[in-house]
Design a protein around this ligand. Structure first.
Ligand code: DHB
Ligand code: FE
Length: 279
């Protein structure tokens, strides 16, 4: 039987991908950031998943403003890196797990979470930067990845509560899958950041750290956070953090924090990173 053993959360700042792709990770600006991911690289080498369900948002790369699915599950065999304006990142094609993805789609849709099924989709920095942070620059990604794209770009995004409950439904789906698979769920985006307007550059370290304090032991204290609070406290793009709640919902109530990292700044963004293991 398949089961979820751990979750990982990380920001997905595109400049991190550019630093990796242009061999600048040892520069003084970037060194402290990449140091924060050394634990993840070592740990995952010893606890390699068969499949990652990778929750991220598309930044108008695969979807334009013409079609904006709230939750879109990648059910294809593979997903190419998207061209975000400078050509696709020089990273491997992402290999999916069409069979498990179809099972998850069936299970959660019958549980009344109306996912969009996506059979062709390029994946942008939201998905590829976390893979690069954790796996480095391999010739092929070491495990399969099922993308779950969440709309946090165009109002209205889903609520944190909805995201947490979708994570719960994904957990149930994985647990009812007959193949023996080790599954991880990753939540990406955040932390506080605002890329536009008069408050561009906003970072709220106390708010971010309170989120990091609570998501492991007390996620239910976060799921009612309103869109307005995310906007006010974490900036216009801080809403990406609802995606961490899908990851958290997919884990057991009782988890252990294996690693926690927070760093300011990367680009205009506060970077947060957590690894939670099911107890
Ligand atoms: C930036 C873009 C993102 O999608 C993000 O999550 C953080 C930062 C940026 O353009 O700097
Ligand atoms: Fe983003």
């Amino acid at each position: 039987m398949a089961s979820i053993y751990a979750g990982l959360a990380t920001s997905h700042v595109p400049a991190i991908g550019a630093a990796i792709d242009n061999a600048r990770t040892h520069e003084p600006y970037w060194q402290p950031l990449f140091k924060g991911y050394e634990f993840a690289r070592q740990w995952i080498g010893e606890h390699m998943p068969d499949v990652i369900i990778l929750v991220y948002n598309d930044h108008a790369s695969a979807f334009s403003l013409e079609i904006i699915p709230t939750f879109a599950l990648g059910c294809a065999d593979e997903f190419a890196p998207a061209d975000e304006g400078w050509g696709p990142r020089p990273v491997p094609v992402v290999k999916g797990d069409a069979e498990l993805a179809a099972h998850i789609a069936q299970s959660v849709i019958l549980d009344e979470f109306d996912l969009t099924i996506v059979n062709r989709m390029d994946v942008d920095h939201g998905l590829t930067v976390p893979l690069s942070l954790v796996f480095g620059t391999p010739a092929a990604w070491p495990c399969r990845v099922i993308p779950l794209a969440v709309n946090v770009v165009q109002y209205p995004p889903p609520t944190g509560n909805r995201c947490f409950n979708l994570g719960r439904a994904i957990r149930k789906a994985v647990q009812s899958y007959a193949r023996d698979l080790k599954v991880m769920v990753w939540g990406t985006g955040g932390m506080s950041h605002q890329l536009q307007g008069p408050r561009a550059g906003l970072i709220n370290q106390p708010w971010d750290n309170s989120f990091l304090d609570r998501i492991g032991p007390d996620p239910r204290s976060l799921i009612k956070t309103s869109h307005l609070e995310y906007l006010r406290e974490a900036g216009s793009e801080g809403i990406e953090l609802v995606m961490w709640l899908i990851m958290r919902g997919a884990l057991n109530d009782d988890t252990r924090v294996l690693h926690r990292f927070y760093h300011v700044p990367a680009s205009n963004t506060a970077v947060g990173h957590l690894i939670l293991e099911n107890r």
